[in-house]
Design a protein around this ligand. Structure first.
Ligand SMILES: C[S@@+](CC[C@H](N)C(=O)[O-])C[C@H]1O[C@@H](n2cnc3c(N)ncnc32)[C@H](O)[C@@H]1O
Length: 244
């Protein structure tokens, strides 16, 4: 709709002011309120379990640097959103390895929201892995935690899908995982807008020669310029990725 031009001298002072940054907006009063504001629907028992995880994570975060998402809005808008978008891509009953779990995102949230999956967490820093184990015990989740580098774990165990968020550039993850494709079927990465550059670098280093990579989802991610996350699916050439 066309609007009459306003003489800047007549405009109220805050008409010109940009909307407050997400960081300075008041937070939601509870997890349930934040989920509702982000239009995320979960079973009441899952909301309760997720809130217990959130509380434990923020409590441990006072001792160990695990997350910067210490508002309900960021926890839901970033951590829960990413984890649920990833969860949509996981086949029923799959054995899922969360590589570089840190404070438990996305692995713990996926375990809460998709109880059909067998989720394993892998975190190379011993102190963080101990905290993960303690949170898993507190929530009584059937989730294993390994305090090792992923390369070592894949010498011992097999998985259907490896997932990772905010762990390392794509080339580095492929450098770790390429010798181990016999131990898993597919890799799902959550990335921001820099994924195209990361793919270029991985190609340049020859790490994508035997891998098919497809973007299988994208969704808005407020607060991360230019505001989009993507899910990338990587499989050995000839093993899939042709559907869609
Ligand atoms: C920045 S944190 C991200 C944590 C979490 N995925 C998230 O999105 O909030 C990355 C974690 O990956 C772990 N890590 C890095 N390389 C790893 C490897 N090769 N195997 C297992 N964990 C690794 C680090 O110790 C760190 O805790």
């Amino acid at each position: 709709m066309d609007q009459d031009p306003i003489d800047p001298a007549d405009a109220p002072a805050n008409d010109a002011a940009p909307p407050p940054a997400a960081e300075s907006r008041p937070d939601h009063p509870s997890l349930a309120a934040a989920l509702s504001a982000h239009r995320i629907e979960l079973e009441p028992a899952q909301v309760e379990l997720l809130d217990r995880y959130r509380a434990a994570l923020w409590r441990w975060n006072e001792q160990l640097n695990l997350t910067r998402h210490t508002t309900f809005d960021k926890f839901v808008g970033r951590d829960v959103r990413d984890s649920l978008e990833l969860a949509k891509q996981l086949p029923q009953g799959a054995r899922v390895l969360d590589l570089g779990s840190g404070g438990g995102v996305p692995g713990v949230i996926i375990a809460v929201c998709r109880p059909d999956l067998r989720v394993t967490l892998c975190e190379s820093v011993g102190k963080k892995a101990k905290v993960l184990q303690s949170m898993i015990d507190e929530l009584s989740l059937p989730t294993e935690v390994f305090a090792v580098r992923v390369e070592e774990l894949l010498e011992l165990r097999t998985f259907d899908v490896i997932v990772a968020r905010a762990v390392a550039p794509m080339w580095k993850i492929l450098y770790w995982l390429n010798p181990h494709w016999h131990a898993f079927d597919e890799l799902l990465l959550i990335k921001g807008h820099s994924w195209v550059d990361e793919r270029g670098e991985a190609r340049h280093r020859g790490l994508l020669k035997k891998i098919d990579l497809r973007k299988i989802a994208d969704y808005p991610m407020p607060g991360t310029p230019p505001g989009e996350s993507v899910i990338l699916r990587l499989v050995p050439k000839g093993a899939g990725n042709q559907d869609g």
